[in-house]
Design a protein around this ligand. Structure first.
Ligand code: PLP
Length: 445
């Protein structure tokens, strides 16, 4: 197609696949809209990639970035060096996570880096805490924790792993708290929460508790298909982790800063993890940035340690990049000042309500689910058995293509359509998405 470039390889794609589809060449963005090179305006139903939370082309963001470029474009944070934006950004993150008792931020360049760092910190925490045998990680089936080797090792989507063995570690996966599809065919939320927590506890017992370092999970699973756990799930998981002395790592790369309708996903479940992995919404995608937050329990372990084992042997050239931190501060100011988590909650509930009727109306829609402004339309070949649609059928792509013709960009991912718009979305934008998808599902057979 006209925009196909053989000079670069699109992430997560076969090079030939892009040639076969009408590719999109995004040339500009403004608010909740983007424009392609043909002059078409598209409603951004995916916020770039779950990240442009404050919307495109915000003057406050550009001013903060320009101002920082005038002052200091880059300096490192190694060797004890710092700069004002890193200090301010860290203070802001600690303040924002006061309810979770987070005490310190370690900066990274993005989500995968944040997960790697958290896994290392978990291992190291137990070493300096006198329990070096705590080496294992437990995570969820369908989990997505980025694509570096550590994140892939704890990831639960096998398709991402298969070509990259044997550098990966075999992590133990337990079942996700997924009401629509779970091995017990359980549709009662409380019961499912208990079944999943019991399974986690049994797995820990089986592995031997003093060999397990941490349990890592997304508060609401994103890439795995927007799996929203039952109310009681996270509090029960916290209890299980505490019972066995295991760290709880919340991968908040998608859910952090409002997307799921509360400032942090775990806060939405009333749970304080031991570590939080952050990225995406932290700088609204204007400049790459990530962070890992550690809580008081972890900080104390380091406070009481003075030897070499306490040195964190990791860090990135762009950890705490000054321009990224300037973007981060500006982005989080907007998130707070405009109360975007609340807007995500209100608009997300409105959009979910509009889309849920699709499950009755269209043969291929099995379920529409979501929390805040993260939603998924689950496509099935059989509504009764809930057999997922054949991903090679191209159905999701065709739906997305028709939606695009209606001026709306949504994300087809195999057996699902994913929606994750900017958190500045208003009712009229939700209406527009619903209308475009209605038309798309009515058209595609
Ligand atoms: N963790 C979660 C939950 C994610 O959704 C993602 C990316 O989508 C990552 C980690 C990896 O982030 P990045 O792509 O910035 O490396």
């Amino acid at each position: 197609m006209s925009n196909y470039s053989k000079d670069f390889w699109h992430p997560m794609s076969h090079p030939n696949e892009i040639k076969q589809r009408e590719s999109i060449h995004v040339v500009s963005g403004d608010g909740v809209y983007i424009k392609d090179d043909k002059g078409n305006e598209l409603l951004d139903g995916v916020a770039g990639l779950w990240c442009v939370n404050v919307g495109h082309n915000r003057p406050e963001m550009k001013q903060a970035i320009m101002k920082q470029l005038d002052e200091l474009e880059y300096f490192q944070l190694f060797d004890g060096v710092s700069h004002p934006r890193a200090t301010e950004m860290a203070a802001k993150l600690v303040k924002m996570t006061e309810p979770e008792n987070m005490k310190r931020a370690f900066f990274t360049s993005g989500g995968s880096d944040s997960v790697e760092t958290a896994l290392k910190l978990a291992r190291q925490y137990h070493i300096i805490n006198g329990q070096p045998e705590r080496k294992k990680f437990i995570s969820l089936r369908n989990a997505y924790h980025g694509l570096h080797f550590g994140g892939l090792s704890v990831g639960g989507i096998n398709a991402f792993r298969r070509n990259y063995e044997p550098l990966l570690n075999n992590t133990v996966n337990v079942d996700a708290p997924w009401l629509y599809r779970n091995p017990w065919n359980c549709e009662d939320p409380d019961q499912l929460a208990q079944l999943c927590a019991d399974q986690l506890a049994q797995e820990i017992e089986y592995q031997m508790p003093d060999t397990v370092a941490a349990f890592i999970a997304e508060p609401v699973m994103g890439a795995g298909g927007v799996i929203v756990p039952p109310e009681k799930y996270w509090p029960l998981v916290r209890e299980v982790c505490d019972r066995y002395g295991i760290l709880l790592i919340a991968d908040e790369v998608v859910t952090g800063f409002g997307r799921s309708g509360s400032m942090f996903g775990s806060r939405g479940w009333g749970v304080a993890p031991d570590m939080m992995c952050l990225a995406k919404g932290i700088s609204s995608g204007y400049i790459p940035l990530g962070a890992v937050m550690i809580n008081e329990r972890m900080e104390k372990a380091w406070d009481n340690n003075a030897d070499f084992n306490g040195v964190i042997m990791t860090g990135y050239t762009y950890s705490g990049h000054p321009v990224a931190c300037a973007a981060g501060i500006a982005s989080l100011d907007i998130v707070e000042n405009e109360n975007l988590p609340e807007n995500a909650k209100v608009q997300g509930a409105y959009l979910l309500n509009k889309l849920q009727g699709f499950a009755d109306k269209f043969a291929k829609v099995g379920e529409v689910r979501g929390k805040g402004l993260m939603l998924a339309i689950d496509l099935v070949d059989d509504k009764v058995t809930r057999q997922p649609i054949d991903p090679t059928s191209g159905y999701a792509n065709r739906v997305a293509d028709i939606a695009r013709e209606q001026g709306v960009l949504v994300r087809p991912v195999g057996t699902k359509i994913i929606l994750s718009p900017p958190l500045t979305f208003q009712q009229e934008h939700c209406d527009k998405i619903a209308e475009a998808l209605d038309k798309a599902f009515s058209t595609v057979k």
